[in-house]
Design a protein around this ligand. Structure first.
Ligand SMILES: Nc1ncnc2[nH]cnc12
Ligand SMILES: [Zn+2]
Length: 341
């Protein structure tokens, strides 16, 4: 790494970044996985932290999801969710993250007999602690699993009534191929009627048509990933005209073989097409890097300058579910950083 690159890393750390696409269960580091397994009497199919890391060699999204759902099996209590989120917030603070939107998958816990109260109360307590300990603001996105029955998602939405005021948005994730978003139209409409907006993973492994379908049938305000939109010029025009934010996750896309290498990632093409791109980490414990690593990797792969990162950070702050006063504060911080460029 050259001196200039080290300087760039330090500068990227100072950027008041907003992480809009983060699965909190995907921040579970192997060491904490082992500690929680012991605490909860869960047997893991690994001998050591090194063995866990060695298993993180994925062929595609489904092969990752198998380990992701297995790993989160150590999470049982609200304290476990609190510990998980605080460990993430401590790392996010080191990366200079100012605002985080945490997605979580209540169905994946409910099927294991973990009540909704555990993730909701544990994560909300961690969000409050992150604000007071680190000055990091946050929001909660309750995601539905697209490879399960939409009726179950509807049931979870209704059961989450005690926490509706604490949910910034509902999301849609898990295995994308052959699981079109339209099946969840009623669930998203019900959430919208309660004043809860929607976001959805689309165009990660699935076709561009799923992105259009998510916009048209779920009326989502952001697309998670969306990288395959480039296969449909009309869709690109729609995304550009509506300034729909794409929460892109570069290191995730390489790890899950959405793209062979970062150098071949469509990120530069997405930006050249005038799209509203933001940078995010997705599942940092599994994909080898948090927000700062993703930014540094993009600097190295694409030669992006400070102005490029300022523009994408602005996109994220403008797309975030945050109070307007908080947005004003962070945009002002961004302007201060920009003045020195
Ligand atoms: N990258 C990803 N795509 C779809 N579902 C997920 N759940 C956690 N990470 C995911
Ligand atoms: Zn994701």
């Amino acid at each position: 790494m050259t001196t200039r690159d080290t300087e760039m890393t330090a500068w990227l750390r100072e950027l008041p970044k907003a992480e809009l696409h983060l699965h909190i269960e995907g921040t579970l580091e192997p060491a904490l996985m082992f500690a929680l397994a012991e605490r909860n009497g869960v047997t893991l199919p690994y001998e050591s932290v090194e063995a866990v890391r060695a298993a993180y060699d994925f062929d595609d999204l489904p092969s990752f999801l198998t380990l992701y759902y297995q790993g989160m099996g150590v999470l049982h209590t609200r304290e476990n969710f609190f510990d998980l989120a605080m460990a993430y917030f401590d790392r996010a603070r080191e990366d200079g993250v100012a605002h985080v939107e945490l997605s979580f998958d209540p169905q994946a816990h409910r099927v294991r007999g973990v009540p909704l109260e555990a993730p909701f109360e544990g994560l909300l307590a961690a969000c409050r602690e992150a604000e007071s300990r680190h000055g990091i603001s946050s929001a909660l996105i309750m995601s539905f699993l697209r490879d399960r029955d939409p009726a179950e998602a509807m049931e979870v939405l209704e059961q989450a009534a005690p926490w509706h005021a604490s949910i910034a948005a509902v999301g849609l994730d898990s295995a994308e191929r052959d699981h079109p978003p339209g099946r969840f139209a009623e669930v998203f409409a019900r959430a919208r009627a309660m004043g809860i907006p929607g976001v959805a993973h689309a165009g990660e492994e699935g076709p561009a048509a799923y992105i259009r379908e998510a916009l048209e049938t779920l009326d989502v305000c952001r697309i998670d990933h969306g990288v395959r939109c480039l296969e449909d010029a009309d869709l690109v025009a729609t995304l550009r005209e509506r300034r729909i934010p794409l929460t892109v996750c570069p290191l995730s896309n390489v790890k899950l073989k959405v793209t062979p290498t970062l150098a071949e990632h469509p990120l530069p093409a997405l930006r050249d097409a005038g799209l509203n791109v933001t940078l995010n980490s997705d599942d940092p414990a599994y994909f080898g890097g948090g927000m700062l690593d993703n930014h540094v990797a993009c600097h190295e792969a694409f030669g992006w300058t400070r102005n490029d990162f300022l523009a994408m950070t602005r996109n994220a702050l403008e797309a975030a579910f945050m109070a307007e006063e908080r947005r004003d504060v962070l945009l002002k911080r961004l302007d201060n950083v920009a003045q020195d460029v």
